[in-house]
Design a protein around this ligand. Structure first.
Ligand SMILES: [Zn+2]
Length: 229
C-alpha cells in the first residue's frame, strides 16, 4: 500500500481475526511501510488492545473498530489520506466509479463530515468510538466513505479486496478529476458495476485477483511472503 502511494507515514490496514470475529489485527502506531509481523496488535471492537500493550496504538484505530462492530460481513479495513481523493471530500463534486477498475468502490461513495455531529472543535481525526460509529453509520452498506478534509475509509470481505479497492480508488479519482476538466462525465452504470462485482468482486483466489496481489508484492519487494503461505 505504501509502495502504491495509498498510505505514507500515516494510514493503516486491518484484518478481522477469522477465528475470533470480535477482534481484529492492526499494527501499533507505526508507518505502514515499516511494519513487521511483531508489530501487529490484536484489538477488540471497542478499539482497545486485547492483551496488555506498552506500545502506543494508532489514534484512529476507532475507525476500524466501529466498522467491524457495525458490519459483520467486513473482514478488512483500510484508512488512508491519499491525496487524489481529497478534492471530492471538500467540494460538491461526487466521486463516482468512472473506470472499470474503479467499479469496486460501488455506485455511491458517501461523504462523512466530522463537523456535522462533532462541531468545529475536532482536529478531524477519529479518536473515539462515538466518532468511529458516526463514520460507520455514514458508510452504512457501502464499500468506501470519504472523510471531509482528511481521507477515506474502505471496507471489504477480504484483505485482497480492500487493498485492491484502495489502490484503484485514488486512480479512479485522478481520472475523474481530469475528465471533469474536459467535459461531462459518463460514469459506469449500475449494471456495469454489478457485472464487474459479479465477475471478480469476491474471489480472492481467482487468477485475476492473485495476479494483482503478486504484482504489488513483487513491486514492494515482499513477494517472498506469498511463497511462505
Ligand atoms: Zn486519518
Amino acid at each position: 500500500m505504501a509502495n502504491e502511494d495509498v498510505v505514507d507515514a500515516y494510514g493503516h490496514v486491518s484484518l478481522r481475526n477469522p477465528e475470533a470475529p470480535e477482534r481484529f489485527f492492526l499494527a501499533h502506531s507505526k508507518s505502514p511501510a515499516l511494519i513487521e509481523a511483531s508489530d501487529i496488535v490484536e484489538h477488540t471492537l471497542d478499539g482497545q488492545a486485547y492483551q496488555p500493550e506498552q506500545r502506543p496504538l494508532y489514534l484512529e484505530r476507532f475507525i476500524h473498530a466501529a466498522i467491524y462492530e457495525a458490519r459483520p460481513d467486513i473482514m478488512a479495513v483500510v484508512h488512508a489520506h491519499a491525496e487524489d481523493v481529497l478534492p471530492f471530500g471538500i467540494t460538491q463534486a461526487k466521486l463516482r466509479p468512472v473506470i472499470h477498475s474503479g467499479a469496486f468502490i460501488g455506485a455511491e461513495v458517501p461523504l462523512w463530515d466530522i463537523a456535522e455531529r462533532f462541531g468545529d472543535r475536532t482536529n478531524l481525526l477519529v479518536t473515539n468510538m462515538d466518532q468511529g460509529r458516526d463514520l460507520a453509520r455514514t458508510l452504512a452498506g457501502h464499500n468506501v466513505a470519504l472523510m471531509r478534509g482528511h481521507g477515506f475509509a474502505a471496507a471489504a470481505r477480504s484483505l485482497i479486496d480492500v487493498v485492491r479497492m484502495s489502490v484503484y480508488l485514488p486512480r479512479n479519482a485522478r481520472v475523474q478529476h481530469k475528465a471533469m476538466q474536459l467535459g461531462e462525465l459518463k460514469p459506469l452504470s449500475v449494471g456495469e458495476i454489478n457485472a464487474r462485482a459479479a465477475g471478480t468482486g469476491y474471489k480472492p483466489q481467482s487468477p485475476e485477483t492473485q495476479r494483482a496481489w503478486q504484482y504489488w508484492a513483487q513491486r514492494a519487494g515482499c513477494a517472498e511472503l506469498l511463497k511462505q503461505r
